[in-house]
Structure formats: C-alpha cells, structure tokens
Design a protein around this ligand. Sequence first.
Ligand code: FES
Length: 108
Amino acid sequence: MPKVTYVDHDGTEHAIDVPVGENVMRGALYNNIEGIVGECGGALSCATCHCYVDEAWTGKVGGPATDEERELLEAAASEVKPTSRLSCQIEMSDELDGLVVRLPEAQY
Ligand code: FES
C-alpha cells in the first residue's frame, strides 16, 4: 500500500499507509492527523484540507492546484503558496508511494 508522509507545522512526520483510490485528506482523517480537518468531506467547498505538496512531488500529483482549487484556497485558506493543494483532490495511486505533504500551522 502506498505511503504518505504528513509533516506537521512543527516538523513532526507521520508516515501513513493510504489505500490506492483514497484521497490524501481521508488518509489523514482516518489516522488522526490533526493538521487536516476536511470539513466538507471532500466536496471542494471548505479548504480545511489545505496542504503543501513537497516540491519533489508537485508534478506527480498532477501539478499545481486547478483553477477551482486555487479560487477556493485564495478565498478560504491562509498562507497559500505555489505548492498549495487541497488534499481531498489528490487521489492515491501506486505512483504516489512516498508522497510528502506539509501541513499549514492552522486550517481556516
Ligand atoms: Fe473540503 Fe477538501 S475537504 S475542500
């Protein structure tokens, strides 16, 4: 099963098995990773699943945020960066084994 490493704002790392087909937001929720809230359940309407994709992985997760993600991030998240993504929109595959995502200090 592919692994995702979630890195808390303070640098603490959590390496979690996330099934193929599951999204990165749910992988965090099901494993009690506190830096992801996922309030809307992945309906692309809350931005509380904001994460920063490690630069080595940005191409592999489908590139930067889509226009729809970017609009929501800019409207509802803080400290948006070029590597910002909504983790509910990143679906796990075997190719993403080893993915690293960093979590913001807070989700707004
Ligand atoms: Fe709401 Fe991702 S969980 S936008």
